[in-house]
Design a protein around this ligand. Structure first.
Ligand SMILES: [Zn+2]
Length: 339
């Protein structure tokens, strides 16, 4: 079988989005992304739950330039049998906490399907998760299991429209050749300067590649980048590393990073079912697109544009305009978590 990544693709006229379908027929499918989000066509869904991220900084591994984007990679190897052990440890934490000042704390399985009833639990877990995890670490050091302690370095997304807990695999950016365009999704005719994608997969499937073949296999949290006066200082860490990954194929260590520092204040979101925005464009993505953009400076955007899509020893081509145009929505519904 031919590896689908065998066919070269890019964002130029000869290999760009208009050409992708020739080697990747799914790119002409009926559930493609990105799309234009238009307030008039969005419907408010009062049953949509809030979403929560628990990103352990220990899960961050490397930052790389693959010639198409700047990507931060996370450790998403998390064995289910170890997950089972941690579930029991969490119950032990629950007993400890019940004896203290948080009698209402309730811990469910990390695979717990979130329902309307568990909304309260989401809040409880979100508020106390740091203390719970530090208690877990105490327990783990008691059982002297180094590997288990290491495996606690997980990064997961849950709640919102998701049918369970999704595991963070990588984050990356899309941007333009100038500040007036660069995002993939378009909101009421507005194209932002860039778009951050945090890619998660559903661990009910045996691995990431398997998850990409399922309609509920992947969840992408998308955050728009808007150029403004008060840039988000939290972007600094990623941008500092840009010089180390200037050309295609370069990779640098990127330890101890919690990507939730990049979130805007509001967790309001739009959601719809779509696809990867890069070949093979599999239609496996539950999109969670945040309404509030994060503010970046023009200098920060220029830093992203200083990356090259060529390898070190090749003529210089700036890595810019790595976004796919919007695709037909067909009969898909876009839901909003807010009125
Ligand atoms: Zn993307």
């Amino acid at each position: 079988m031919i590896n689908p990544s065998y066919y070269p693709w890019g964002y130029d006229s000869d290999n760009g989005p208009d050409q992708w379908h020739k080697n990747y027929p799914t790119a002409k499918g009926r559930h493609q992304s990105p799309i234009e989000i238009n307030n008039k066509e969005v419907h408010y869904d009062s049953s949509l739950l809030p979403w929560f991220a628990s990103y352990d900084p220990g899960a961050a591994k490397t930052i790389l330039n693959n010639g198409k984007t700047c990507r931060v990679v996370f450790d998403d190897s998390f064995d289910r049998s170890e997950q089972h052990q941690i579930y029991h440890l969490l119950h032990k934490c629950q007993r400890i906490l019940k004896g203290r000042e948080y009698p209402g704390a309730t811990i469910y399985s990390m695979d717990a399907t979130l329902t309307r009833k568990s909304r309260k639990f989401c809040h409880v877990l979100n508020i106390f998760s740091d203390e719970l995890l530090s208690n877990c670490c105490v327990l783990i050091s008691e059982v002297k299991s180094d590997s288990l302690q290491k495996k606690l370095s997980i990064a997961v997304l849950r709640g919102g429209p998701l049918p369970g807990v999704f595991r963070l695999r990588q984050l990356h950016f899309h941007w333009g050749s100038s500040d007036d365009h660069g995002s993939e999704h378009v909101v009421n005719g507005v194209r932002y300067a860039g778009e951050l994608h945090m890619l998660h997969w559903n661990p009910k499937y045996s691995n990431y590649l398997d998850a990409r073949r399922r309609t509920d296999g992947v969840a992408v949290l998308a955050i728009f980048l808007q150029v403004g006066e008060t840039p988000k200082p939290e972007m600094k860490r990623i941008l500092e590393e840009i010089n180390a990954i200037k050309t295609k194929g370069k990779e640098a260590p990127f330890p101890n990073f919690d990507p939730s520092i990049l979130f805007p204040k509001s967790h309001d979101y739009w959601t719809y079912h779509g696809s990867f925005t890069t070949p093979p464009c599999e239609e496996c993505v539950t999109w969670i697109i945040l309404r509030e953009p994060i503010i970046v400076s023009s200098d920060q955007m220029a830093k992203l544009r200083s990356l090259s899509k060529n390898a070190e020893n090749e003529p210089d081509h700036p890595l810019v305009d790595n976004w796919r145009p919007t695709q037909p929505r067909y009969f898909r519904m876009v839901s909003a978590s807010f009125l």
